[in-house]
Design a protein. Sequence first.
Length: 236
Amino acid sequence: MSAIDPASGTTPSSAAIPPNEVSPPSRWSRHGARTTVLFTVADLVATLLFAFEGARLAAEAGLDVFGVLVVGCVSSLVGGILRDLLLGDTPPFAFRSPSRILVALLGSVAAIALVATQATAPDDLFAVLDALGLALFAITGAEKALDHNANGWVVVILGTLTAVGGGITRDLLLGHVPTVLTSSVYASAAAAASLVVYVAARLRLPPWVCMTLGFATCAALRILAIVFDWQLPRLS
């Protein structure tokens, strides 16, 4: 057994560890349980919205029930899985807790029920729900990257990837050109939100303020783009 230094209460080996090699506390833990709850709620709501939208599109494309459930889960989980893998947070959180998969299945079942009952809803409503899910995934992706001490480039990339990764996979499974490549202010809105989260964090604002500002940025940009048909410049 190692002797304990009575003056410091530590073993010689632990006392010799340089301070800069000790992992910093989590951004969320430093700001209390409310911030952790806010992150979890945002991630779960985004999962529900993207699962619903993905399953609805799959059902309207004529897939069977199993196919609809698969597309719904893929739409809502792939972005977060890719983010976690790139951050080295393995296995991805979606596989460590049943909550994300259960919420994804719930959203998919809700979409199946909607299509099966032939209930109608305005396309603009689905577009707004998709915009809200996009914003929520962008801010949670950016926040998790920040919590892993990522630099600004990585925060923006992972925030954007979290927001659009599931949608890209969904569109490819359904045989469509991904929305992110055809709808100009989509990935760019998620990138803007991620950048806002990073800048706000650099200004030492609390995580809940960073997430709120980022969410407002992405949601506003995407909804305004839908209303006014904003498009980025095209080459032809």
